[in-house]
Ligand binder design. Structure first.
Ligand SMILES: O=C(O)COP(=O)(O)O
Ligand SMILES: [Mg+2]
Length: 217
């Protein structure tokens, strides 16, 4: 039995289309030009306040508007957090198989916890996640190791793995002293070889067998 902690955006779910839609609704009501999906996708990973900051920088927006724009973004995003968002193929079956093998799960994401829970519920996997550490659960956010450590502690301190897709996740795992299992088809910005990881996979169909091998090592 092991603790398996999952990242959310770019790992369990392809959420960029809904994040992109909410960014463009916020920009439209401000009379600003829309952004394309790839650009917004590149802004995901350090939490919503940083995402909004990056959108503002791209539009040379005055920094004092940040609190207002952050609140407008969250209003739009929370109104439809799982309209276009989908589980990556094989996620539901992989979670079922790993749960049946006795492993325990938690979520450790930089997305706000309530929004994350709503997405898990919409996609029918909330039952697998008794523990959700979001970007607003602690004073620190990833890449600080505190959220990942809190997730492991909440599962009783069992040894385990962090499953994530990004440079931020790799830095977090390293700082927490936990091995990262890298999902290579998420939102990373650098080549796989440049992201420190203990193991990697490109399809959730491979994950149960991969983790069983790691547990047995
Ligand atoms: O940047 C975010 O808001 C969330 O991203 P994460 O789920 O990959 O941590
Ligand atoms: Mg991610």
């Amino acid at each position: 039995m092991a603790s398996i902690i999952f990242d959310l955006d770019g790992t369990l779910v392809d959420s960029a289309p809904d994040i992109h839609a909410a960014v463009n609704l916020m920009l439209a009501e401000e009379g600003a030009a829309p952004m394309d999906l790839a650009q917004v996708c590149g802004f995901i990973g350090n939490g919503v306040p940083v995402l909004v900051q990056r959108v503002m920088q791209a539009h040379s927006w005055p920094a004092e508007d940040h609190p207002r724009l952050l609140s407008r973004f969250m209003t739009h995003y929370d109104a439809a957090p799982a309209e276009l968002t989908r589980l990556y193929p094989g996620v539901a079956a992989a979670l079922d198989r790993l749960a049946a093998a006795g492993h325990r799960f938690a979520l450790c994401t930089n997305k706000p916890a309530a929004t994350s829970q709503s997405i898990l519920r919409h996609l029918s996997i909330a039952g697998h996640f008794p523990v959700i550490i979001g970007g607003d659960s602690l004073p620190q956010r990833k890449p600080d190791p505190a959220p990942l450590k809190a997730a492991f502690n909440a599962l009783g301190g069992l040894a385990g793995w962090y499953i994530g897709d990004s440079e931020v996740d790799a830095e977090t795992a390293q700082a927490a002293g936990a091995p990262l299992v890298l999902f290579t088809l998420g939102y990373r910005k650098t080549p796989v070889e440049e992201i420190p990881h203990a193991a990697r996979f490109d399809s959730f169909d491979q994950l149960p067998a991969l983790l069983e091998r790691l547990v047995a090592e």
